[in-house]
Ligand binder design. Structure first.
Ligand SMILES: NC(=O)c1ccc[n+]([C@@H]2O[C@H](COP(=O)([O-])OP(=O)(O)OC[C@H]3O[C@@H](n4cnc5c(N)ncnc54)[C@H](O)[C@@H]3O)[C@@H](O)[C@H]2O)c1
Length: 345
């Protein structure tokens, strides 16, 4: 009896310690997820889901915008996994460079990678380009609509032709390629069309009124298409919403007039590593995740705020947006200058 009395508090102490450890572990996990660099579903897929190495090996993947940035890195990681590739962008020499690098980093053979120069703006050519892929590989398993351009200009100073060009490229170019590939996928009853949208496809950003609008258009198009294709369970329509990622996007951005380029891109080091972004994309593809939010903190957290507490988001946008415009007008890098003090050019 005496022994029992002594044991009982002991049991309770052990129980309490175990409970505290479990609670701390749970809090750590929750914080890990909150401060992680992707939405919960994608993180779950990346941690516990199917691996891209098992689901994408041997698949035919067509990447647009494969000559730099996210598209180029997609090519490298997919080559290492063993996917067969179609590399498209406008500059053939750049695509050949990416192909050589893919071959050097993987066990793929020359015929496993098709270099297919393509201008997203030349919509009349898209049928023939799609036919060329079928002629080479006989099928397309995954289409990655990645090609696109951003914008760095204030609406009041921007020619309407720039808005037209952004919609032609980011929206209509993507819709056009998708429409040429989709009938084949529907006929086969299987396939994936994934499109690199952006977090500004659901939120807004100063200096990117046209870019944001073109990505909003993509979101609307693909979210509606997904439902239209519900009777084809083998077809996956997914959108990828990255925050800032290291690439050539700022150098290549539209400005206030069509023929003027961005004069200074600024340091991109504060942005998410391209390799991490692409790994998450591939995990999402492997697990058929329909919408992938990818971004470093505090960007991702800001977009959660945008989604769930718009009033607070508008308050924050007022502060951050003003800073972005001030930086831009002062000739500083608009992005990095949120959190750092960039040197004046
Ligand atoms: N990097 C980021 O911070 C970021 C964030 C969100 C979304 N995105 C999106 O990711 C995608 C890839 O951009 P990135 O960041 O790698 O930039 P990037 O400029 O490095 O790459 C863009 C690619 O698109 C191609 N492209 C441009 N115009 C084209 C045309 N007319 N026809 C065919 N190809 C064309 C380019 O040649 C290049 O290969 C884009 O859709 C972009 O909007 C990028």
């Amino acid at each position: 009896m005496c022994l029992l009395h002594e044991l009982l508090p002991m049991d309770m102490t052990v129980g309490c310690i175990l409970l505290i450890v479990a609670a701390v572990c749970a809090v750590v996990q929750v914080l890990r997820f909150i401060f992680a660099d992707a939405d919960f579903t994608l993180l779950w897929a990346a941690s516990f889901g199917l691996k891209p190495e098992s689901t994408l090996r041997g698949r035919v993947v067509w990447i647009t915008g494969a000559s730099s940035g996210i598209g180029e890195e997609l090519a490298y990681q997919l080559a290492q996994i063993g996917a067969q590739l179609v590399l498209s962008a406008r500059r053939e020499n750049e695509l050949e460079r990416v192909k050589r690098e893919c071959l050097g980093r993987s066990r793929l053979h020359e015929e496993d990678i098709l270099v297919l120069p393509l201008d997203l703006l030349d919509r009349k050519s898209h049928e023939a380009k799609t036919a060329a892929v079928f002629q080479h590989f006989g099928k397309i398993d995954v289409l990655i609509n990645n090609g696109g351009r951003s914008q760095r200009s204030l609406c009041l100073e921007t020619d309407v032709e720039v808005y037209e060009a952004l919609m032609e490229l980011n929206f209509l170019g993507t819709v056009s390629i998708t429409k040429t590939v989709l009938p084949y996928m529907v006929k086969r009853g299987t396939g994936t069309v994934t499109s690199v949208s952006s977090v500004v496809g659901i939120a807004g950003a100063p200096l990117a009124t046209g870019y944001s609008a073109s990505k909003h258009a993509l979101q609307g198009f693909f979210n509606s298409l997904r439902v239209e294709l519900a009777e084809y369970p083998g077809i996956t329509i997914s959108t990828i919403l990255p925050g800032p990622v290291q690439s050539q996007i700022v150098q290549n951005a539209f400005t206030e007039s069509l023929h003027k380029s961005v004069w200074q891109a600024g340091d991109q080091q504060h942005k998410m590593a391209t390799s991490r972004c692409v790994r998450l994309i591939l995990c999402g593809l492997a697990n058929r995740v329909k919408e992938m939010w990818i971004g470093q903190q505090p960007f991702l957290l800001f977009f959660y705020v945008w989604q769930y507490t718009p009033t607070l988001a508008w308050f924050m946008t007022g502060i951050l947006g003003k800073k972005r415009i001030q930086n831009f007008k002062a000739g500083l890098d608009a992005d990095s200058a949120y959190f750092t003090k960039p040197k004046a050019p």
